[in-house]
Design a protein around this ligand. Structure first.
Ligand code: B12
Ligand code: SF4
Ligand code: SF4
Length: 398
């Protein structure tokens, strides 16, 4: 028997000896921490039938609309780990915690947007696999034989949150995010499927209780019920995945977000209590990676875009998406001082999508200069969608 003496009571507590499997599991988790994975927990590699029912119902209800890859067939596969690898024995759910305090937007007179925290540093699609690969090599060294494996993060063929919840890495908040003790939901998730028999952890017995702050505070009402996100209304979807126009009725609610949205995490009491121990790889290298100048985004060439955001998750929005989002943000937080750059964009941006959204922003700011700019843009514009935007903006500005 192992023994331990309580410092408080002085009583001797007896623990049964660790089995070989428990011992191995502890060593593997210690290695995960050594390899930059802040948290880890184990679940079996059995299927997730109850998750499939949820995914199918969400697809049928239209909550996943806009994500064309999110089909019922794909959902079925993503609940069956054996489709990813022959006979995995365990899944090691891992995460990197990234919350760190910052000084907020600089007070430098430049109109600036906001990038969600997870995307300010290096792309997690690179960091997590790098660290999982290194961990896997360390596991093989530990056991002394090759261990078949597969590393995944944000992959369409597994539901990262469902794995983390079953492994007890964290628990589901009503904002659908996995809340990890000590870190809130500021944890990016991944998993290693392993042909290694590890001791599964138990799901955490925790929930939000009566709290519903995130449902009340979501700017677009995208959390339509506890644990249920209506994807087409989510700012994260509109600013990152949407390739076309942002629906007009949502634009004014986007505020200054130009990539993703952190509101339902920022307002959560659990995430507010997160440890201020950001992983250095997630920190922005300069202010443009956290609070970019909206003028700069609006005018950016393809080359500037690549130079500024290469290696970050922001690349996913593409130059067109970021410039469009910048126009919307300027419409929301801008003043008459911003009419000139918006006029330039409405008249001369190479993309009709951006010209149309710049026109919307001019209509929202209003005033005689904005109206004159819109009239000039209308004379010049040949793209039918951009022309409709200008006409609606002229009505708004009037
Ligand atoms: C598609 C997707 C999106 C879409 C759709 C969002 C969504 N909720 O599904 C969009 C683009 C909107 C999006 C936004 C964001 N995403 Co996203 N996204 C994904 C992706 C690729 C698939 C998610 C999925 O399968 N959704 C299907 C729906 C049905 O799942 P769900 O909404 O999470 O619902 C679950 C719970 O509600 C739960 N549930 C349902 N009913 C009930 C009832 C009870 C009682 C309980 C307890 C639970 C429960 O079961 C569902 C299945 O897990 C995953 C990566 C992956 N491969 O898993 C990342 C992922 C979920 N995203 C992530 C992040 C960080 C975000 C953002 C915070 C990014 C940002 N800052 O802008 C926002 C948060 C929005 C939100 N509140 O969910 C992280 C989440 C990390 C965490 N700690 O939870 C993931 C896991 C990526 C990663 N590898 O880390 N995302
Ligand atoms: S990410 Fe933003 S828009 Fe999406 S559910 Fe959370 S608060 Fe709402
Ligand atoms: S804000 Fe409240 S309801 Fe929403 S996830 Fe946090 S604890 Fe749960």
């Amino acid at each position: 028997m192992e023994s331990a003496t309580s410092a408080v009571t002085g009583h001797l507590t007896l623990h049964p000896p660790l089995t070989a499997r428990q011992h191995l599991t502890r060593r593997v988790k210690a290695l995960a921490l050594d390899h930059g994975l802040s948290v880890s927990a184990v679940t079996s590699a059995t299927s997730f039938p109850e998750v499939f029912t949820i995914l199918r119902d969400r697809i049928d209800a239209g909550h996943m609309a806009g994500l064309d890859w999110f089909t019922t067939e794909r959902a079925a596969e993503s609940c069956e780990p054996k489709t990813l690898m022959a006979d995995p024995l365990s899944i090691l759910s891992v995460g990197i915690a990234y919350w760190g305090s910052d000084e907020g937007k600089p007070d430098d007179g430049v109109p600036r947007g906001r990038i969600s925290r997870y995307a300010r540093g290096r792309d997690y699609h690179e960091i997590l696999p790098e660290r999982m690969r290194a961990l896997h090599a360390a596991i093989e060294e530990l056991v002394g034989y090759p261990v078949a494996s597969r590393f995944l993060t944000d992959h369409a063929r597994i539901v990262d949150r469902a794995v983390a919840a079953r492994a007890g890495l964290g628990w589901y908040g009503k904002n659908a995010c996995i809340i990890v003790p000590g870190h809130g939901s500021w944890v990016m998730l991944g998993e290693l499927l392993l042909d290694l028999d590890l001791e599964p952890d138990q799901p955490l017995d925790k929930n939000c209780g009566r709290c519903h702050i995130c449902l009340d505070q979501c700017p677009t009402g995208a959390i339509v019920a506890p644990y249920t996100i209506h994807t087409p209304s989510c700012i994260s979807f509109q600013t990152i995945e949407q390739r076309r126009a942002i629906p007009r009725e949502l634009r004014s609610r986007l505020g200054d977000w130009v990539f993703g949205c952190d509101v339902c995490q920022d307002v959560c009491p659990y995430t507010r209590a997160a440890a201020d121990e950001p992983d250095a790889a997630f920190l922005p290298s300069d202010v443009e990676r956290a609070y970019p100048s909206l003028y700069r985004l609006l005018e950016m060439s393809t080359q500037t875009f690549r130079e500024q955001y290469r290696g970050t998750a922001v690349m996913r929005a593409r130059r067109a998406g970021l410039a469009r989002n910048a126009a919307v943000a300027l419409g929301n937080i801008g003043t008459e001082d911003d009419v000139s750059p918006l006029t330039q964009a409405a008249l001369g941006h190479d993309l009709a999508l951006v010209r149309g959204h710049a026109a919307w922003a001019l209509g929202r700011i209003g005033g005689s200069r904005a109206r004159r700019a819109l009239a000039r843009a209308w004379e010049r514009e040949r793209d039918p969608e951009a022309r409709t935007e200008i006409e609606l903006a002229l009505e708004e500005a009037a």
